[in-house]
Design a binder for this molecule. Structure first.
Ligand code: WTA
Length: 652
């Protein structure tokens, strides 16, 4: 990935919006300028006006930004509203019969849900959850395939003020259990199984395994019938979704919650072994979801939007479950892999459903570009008008392919920088106004005070690399780490007198003021656009009885962005040959069991020890060079155990 960043350093191509795009866009250059000016002149008023305009309130707020508990900032705190009401009910009169979700399964089965259908389904499930004793503030785990029911489950929780925590369906039983226990969840909503690549993933079986080892506070498990695989139902605990909603009314009065009431938790990796539960608010979060879907994705009445992210990630929250619904859009939801039956599947779906706005990740673009560079040309993609990317810096080669072959040189590409913690897009082009530069996420959105600063918090000049920070609290920022305020402070506000939000990325701005993201400053890898803590993988490895010590680093990978390389010291003697190969297999599967298949190391190497300084510190920089296969030119004689280097290089 760093090679890609190198090549973007010399990027000079610029793509200004076409007159036609600008003409039809929600925001034209003058509108964008006006928004920036307003945010500049009256920051709090800017956000308050938007909150009044974009959100339907049950009780209007009188307070804007409250800094009294900083860095636990609050917005619109004395207002009351309901997120599900804002995503569904308020559309019923004008667009009740408009399609909200077009769902397609991997086998091609398709289902349309209107806003009215969504209202009915969400209402029934919300009533069923209430019947199970779920009340405002209770936590609910959602461990589902990427189907319409996952969105319905999230909306049902929001409707009754329950705090959901979606766990990606690709995470293992162990990872699920940790999240069930940490969140203190009362209910788990799952499915019998999910279908991916023609195979069934036993989601319910994983729930059983997780709860068998530690049920935490779970009282009920709701099981959606999806893949039809055999499952064991526990008499007092488990209930089929369809039985749970049977006879329930479609009408469920929304729980009017305070603006700051937590809408959801989403666990994400950091620099320690334990993922943290990022806690988001209701109103501030929703506002971010709404304005970015309008500004960045330019969503309008007849758009068909498709964000390919799974609801297990933040992108699937803001750009599937909440934002598109809050703005009344029609969106596509797909459960399946992009390569079934071949790498043209997504392009075929864009054609079949008339997708106009498409949002995905660079890793997917690179994989599809490799698997079928000409496949998009076999489909009619003429409806597409806007493309987006998120998750990691996009290399210009992939950008250009996306632009020319998928977007047919007609569609602007919005490269959106943001994080689980930021709730919504933060630095991104406005498609009708911003000149694009491949590889750059361009400029901060109106009302977002992004900057690049040095160690002392001083703004840096053009092309100077430093810390990416946000200098003012914004409505859709995280509120805390669930159950761990200290960790929230230590992770995001450790520098600059606690005044600036530290994103954990390094960045630079070019002479035109465009932002270029350079990578993480902590021990977090970006594997296929997913955050993976090196410590998390290390903890999983050392939990295996054969492992004494492990160090994990990233190495550039042309599709995944980064690949995971693990250096492992076994208990007893170092293994070689067939025995080593067997152990590699076992450890890869072990990590998949502990975390999930996405955490499987690509490369595992054994040695008698890790390279350490005489004070016992692991030389991670050296390990990164070794992982990349670089020649070791630095002086290693100060190492405690120089002899391990050839072993780690696979040369001895
Ligand atoms: C990286 C995903 C460059 C970055 C929404 C960030 C990006 C982390 C971009 C957050 C982008 C995300 N360009 N890097 N457009 N988007 N990142 O929490 O390192 O899964 O800190 O949120 O992904 O990952 P997360």
């Amino acid at each position: 990935m760093s090679d890609n960043i190198e090549s973007t350093l010399t990027e000079t191509r610029h793509f200004a919006p076409s007159a036609e795009f600008t003409e039809n866009a929600r925001l034209k250059p003058a509108d964008l300028e006006a928004l920036h000016q307003k945010a500049e002149a009256d920051y709090e008023g800017f956000w308050c006006d938007l909150a009044r305009e974009k959100i339907d309130w049950q009780t209007e707020f009188t307070q804007g930004l409250d800094e009294s508990k900083a860095p636990h900032y609050q917005w619109f705190a004395d207002g009351r509203m309901n997120v599900s009401y804002n995503c569904i009910d308020r559309h019923l009169e004008v667009r009740g019969n408009k399609t909200a979700i077009v769902f397609e399964a991997e086998n091609g089965d398709t289902r349309h849900l209107t806003y009215r259908d969504l209202y009915n389904e969400v209402g029934k499930l919300a009533n069923a959850l209430k019947g199970m004793g779920v009340v405002k503030g209770d936590r609910v785990i959602i461990y589902m395939p990427m189907n319409a029911e996952a969105v319905i489950a999230m909306q049902a929780c929001a409707r009754i003020g329950a705090i959901h925590s979606v766990v990606f369906g690709g995470f293992s039983a162990d990872a699920l259990r940790d999240r069930v226990v940490d969140s203190g969840s009362k209910v788990v909503i799952t499915a019998d199984g999910g279908e991916r690549g023609g195979k069934v993933v036993g989601l319910k079986a994983n729930v059983d395994k997780a709860l068998d080892s530690n049920p935490g506070d779970v009282e009920k498990v709701v099981v959606c019938k999806r893949a039809g695989n055999d499952v064991t139902m526990h008499a007092d605990r488990d209930v089929w979704w369809e039985d749970a909603v049977d006879g329930e009314s479609v009408d469920c009065e929304p729980e009017w919650v305070e603006a700051e009431h937590p809408l959801f938790l989403l666990y994400t990796s950091g620099s320690t072994g334990k993922p943290k539960g990022i806690q988001h608010s209701s109103a501030g979060y929703l506002l971010g979801a709404i304005v970015t879907n309008e500004w960045v994705f330019d969503l309008q009445g007849d758009d068909v939007y498709w964000c390919t992210a799974d609801v297990g990630w933040i992108t699937g929250h803001t750009y599937v479950a909440y934002g598109p619904l809050a703005v009344g859009a029609t969106q596509v939801v797909y459960e399946g892999t992009p390569t079934v039956p071949d790498a043209g599947r997504w392009w075929k779906m864009c054609q079949d459903h008339g997708v106009t706005v498409f949002y995905t990740a660079p890793t997917a673009i690179r994989a599809l570009m490799k698997a079928g560079p000409d496949l998009p040309k076999q489909y009619d993609l003429s409806k597409l008008r806007l493309l987006g990317t998120v998750g990691e810096p996009i290399n210009p080669e992939a950008w250009m392919w996306y632009y020319t072959t998928v977007g047919e040189e007609r569609c602007p590409i919005v490269d959106t920088w943001w994080q689980t913690e930021t709730g919504a897009n933060m630095i991104a082009p406005i498609p009708g106004a911003t000149t694009l530069v491949p590889g750059s996420c361009t400029q901060a959105l109106p009302g977002i005070a992004a900057d690049v600063v040095d160690e002392d918090g001083k703004s840096l000049g053009a092309d100077e690399g430093g810390y990416l920070v946000i200098k003012k609290p914004w409505p859709h920022m995280l509120r805390t780490v669930w159950g761990d305020d200290q960790r929230y402070k230590d992770t995001y506000w450790p520098k600059f007198g606690g005044k600036y939000y530290l994103a954990g990325d390094s960045a630079r701005r070019d002479s035109e003021g465009n932002f270029w993201i350079m990578g993480r400053i902590d021990d977090v890898l970006n594997v296929s656009g997913h955050r993976m803590g090196t410590m998390e993988v290390e903890s999983a490895l050392v939990a295996h009885k054969a492992v004494a010590e492990a160090a994990v680093v990233g190495r550039p990978h042309d599709v995944k962005g980064e690949a995971i390389v693990a250096f492992v010291i076994l208990q007893g003697d170092r293994l070689t040959g067939d025995e080593a190969e067997e152990m590699v297999k076992e450890l890869r599967n072990w990590v998949a069991d502990q975390i999930g298949p996405i955490a499987k190391p690509d490369d595992i190497r054994f040695a008698d020890g890790l390279p350490k300084t005489r004070s016992g510190k692991i030389m991670r920089r050296l390990l990164r060079s070794i992982a990349k296969g670089e020649e070791i030119t630095s002086d290693t004689s100060t190492l405690e155990n120089e002899a391990v280097i050839p072993q780690l290089q696979g040369k001895a």
